[in-house]
Design a binder for this molecule. Structure first.
Ligand code: AMP
Length: 339
C-alpha cells in the first residue's frame, strides 16, 4: 500500500493549547504537546468555542496549522496533518462534508463519514483540535438561507468548474468561512486538487485573509493511483481501470520532456491513454499554465505548466494532475510523491 510519512514523533515537544470552551469530547488538554500527541483530539461542534480556543493558542504565542477536510481521511490527508504538525505548534483539522459543493444529492448522501477512524488518524499524525460542526451550525437555517457566496471568477470557471456547476462557489464559500473561524494560521491544501488550491490562493489574496496557504504534493498508491476518498467506491476492476489517469499523466510528461514537444502532442498522448482504457470516459486532458490554468498554446512558453486529467470510472468522477517537468518520470518510470 501507500508509503507515507510516519506519524509525528514527539522529539520536539512544544507547548500545547490551553482549554477554552467546551469541546464535545470531555477531554481537557494538558500542558505539553508531548502529552497530547497520542491523545484524542479535542472535538468542537460549536464554532464560537473552536475560534476562541485558537485565539487563546495564539495569545500564548503559539502558531496554528489548519487542515480543512471532508473526512474519510486517508494517507493523503495524513501527509497534510503531519506537515502542519512539523511546521506549527498546534494543528486544527476541520471535518465537514460541505453540502453546497455537491451537485448530486446521491453523491452527498453516500459520502463516507467514519468520524471515529478520522479522529484516530488526526491524533496519530499530530493534530490536536478538530472542528466537526453540523450542517445547521455551519449554515443556520440551512445552506439556502445564506445570502453570501464567494465566487472566484475565471479560475473557477474552467475544468472542474465547467463540469460541476456551483462546486467551486460552494468550496470557496466554505473555505472562506473555515479560515474566518480559524483565524491567523498556515493552511495546508493538497496539490491533488490543483484547481482548488489555485482558487484558494486567489481568494486569500483577494480577501486579505490572514492565512498562509501551503500546497502539499499528491500522495499516491505504489502503482501511481492518487489517493482519494472516492477510490473506496471503485471495484477491483474499476480500480485497475482508474490507473489510466496516472498513466495518461506519465505519457503526457514523457512527451513534454522529449526533444521537441508541442502542447497538442502532449494532450494527444494523454487522451490516447484514457480513450484506450475500457470503462474510462474521459472528460478532459489538458496542458495548462500552472498560474492561471489557461490552456498552454505556445511552444516554448516558459511558464510553469501542469497536466490535468478528469474521467469517469464506473460512475465515479476522478481527477489527477502532474507537473510535466517532474524528473522522477524519466528517472524512475513512475510518478510518485518523491518530489
Ligand atoms: P477532501 O477531504 O477531499 O476535501 O480533501 C481535503 C484536503 O486533502 C484537500 O486539500 C485535498 O487536496 C487533500 N488531499 C486529498 N487527497 C490527497 C492526496 N492524495 N494527496 C495529498 N493531498 C490530498
Amino acid at each position: 500500500m501507500t508509503e507515507v510519512v510516519a506519524p509525528v514523533e514527539e522529539e520536539s515537544p512544544k507547548s500545547g493549547p490551553s482549554s477554552v470552551g467546551e469541546p464535545d469530547q470531555p477531554e481537557q488538554p494538558s500542558g505539553a504537546r508531548g502529552d497530547m500527541a497520542d491523545a484524542s483530539p479535542l472535538v468542537y461542534g460549536n464554532i464560537g468555542d473552536y475560534s476562541l480556543m485558537l485565539e487563546t493558542v495564539r495569545a500564548e504565542g503559539l502558531s496554528v496549522g489548519f487542515v480543512p477536510t471532508m473526512g474519510a481521511l486517508h494517507a493523503g490527508h495524513a501527509s497534510l496533518v503531519a506537515r502542519a504538525a512539523r511546521e506549527c505548534d498546534v494543528v486544527a483539522v476541520s471535518i465537514f462534508v460541505n453540502p453546497t459543493q455537491f451537485g448530486d444529492a446521491t453523491d452527498l448522501a453516500s459520502y463516507p463519514r467514519p468520524l471515529d477512524d478520522d479522529l484516530e488518524l488526526v491524533a496519530a499524525f499530530g493534530g490536536q483540535v478538530v472542528l466537526a460542526p453540523s450542517v445547521e451550525e455551519m449554515y443556520p437555517g440551512g445552506p439556502g438561507a445564506r445570502a453570501t457566496t464567494v465566487r472566484v471568477a475565471r479560475l473557477g470557471d474552467r475544468w472542474e468548474g465547467a463540469a460541476r456547476p456551483g462546486h467551486f462557489d460552494g468550496m470557496a464559500t466554505v473555505v472562506t468561512k473555515l479560515l474566518a473561524m480559524t483565524g491567523r494560521c498556515r493552511a495546508y491544501f493538497g496539490e491533488k486538487d490543483f484547481q482548488q488550491l489555485a482558487i484558494v490562493r486567489q481568494l486569500v489574496r483577494d480577501l486579505s485573509l490572514p492565512a498562509e496557504i501551503v500546497g502539499c504534493p499528491t500522495v499516491r498508491d505504489e502503482d501511481g493511483l492518487a489517493l482519494s476518498s472516492r477510490n473506496a467506491r471503485l471495484s477491483d476492476d474499476q480500480r485497475r481501470q482508474a490507473l489510466a489517469l496516472s498513466e495518461a499523466l506519465r505519457a503526457g510528461a514523457t512527451i513534454w520532456q522529449s526533444a521537441d514537444p508541442t502542447p497538442d502532442a502532449v494532450v494527444a498522448a494523454m487522451d490516447e491513454v484514457l480513450r484506450a482504457t475500457t470503462g474510462v470516459t474521459v472528460d478532459y486532458a489538458a496542458l495548462v499554465r500552472a498560474g492561471d490554468l489557461e490552456p498552454a498554446t505556445a511552444v516554448g512558453d516558459v511558464s510553469a505548466m501542469r497536466l490535468l486529467v478528469a474521467a469517469d470510472v464506473g460512475g465515479v468522477r476522478l481527477i489527477d494532475n502532474l507537473d510535466p517537468a517532474d524528473k522522477a518520470i524519466m528517472a524512475e518510470g513512475r510518478i510518485g510523491e518523491s518530489r
